[in-house]
Design a protein around this ligand. Sequence first.
Ligand SMILES: [Zn+2]
Length: 279
Amino acid sequence: MRGSIAIFLCLVAVGCTSNEEEFDTGFLDDTGDTDDTGELEECEVNVVAFDYGDQAAWVNGNPDCGGSSQSPIDLQPETNFFEGETPVLAFAYTTSALHVINNGHSIEYEIDDASNTLTVDGTDYALLQFHFHSPSEHTVDGQNAAMEMHLVHKSQSDALAVVSILIFPGEAEQPWIASASWDEIPAQAGECLEDEETVLDMDDLINGQLGGGTKDVVHYNGSLTTPPCSEDVEWFILGEYMLLSSEQIATFSDIYSGNNREVQALNDRTIFYDESYGN
Ligand SMILES: [Zn+2]
């Protein structure tokens, strides 16, 4: 159910045989948004649609979208990777209750508390939500993956860290995605999955399906890939990727296809890549 970036690079290489995010600054407070019983609060969906067919217009009203440190970008391991130490990622994920919503531009899984933590070089970030793009937003040597998953985290000081997992077609059903009420994701904008007790083992995603998720991490500084395109995002693209069955990919792409921003100019940024990290 997992692979490495080496295999990924092989998959996209010619002749080989063998890509916010949306966040609400009031989403987390010190006490979290769960009540004393631990039950999820009522699901509310704020529908926002973006015109992926006219992305050049996003800068109108969103000046950051025209900035010089935008995301996504094209990863070119042979030419634009800088080998060196990348920040140490420490995932402390747990089992969480989530709302599954259709927000008008993706399917988003929202977590109402701060129980899932990512620590980057000593700074704690709480997982707010994760969502998907089809095809991927980040590309490798110009090639899109079938899909891309974005796990959006925020620190106490409102810094954002997004962890990206690229998704490719595989033979078998991916069990973690299957466990995420994937067959029931809401097709209509504004809908929330009625099952308000979608409980997901987030630790299994990282430490089960992705083998710890900390090998071959690619890191660069970028932006939200949707308006307002704020340039305050630390990006971490995991070398481990997920294989979803073609049916599982179709489940999402039948609802959203083409919700990927075009790659942006790297400009003077550095893409850090630590091949040995985690080994
Ligand atoms: Zn995203």
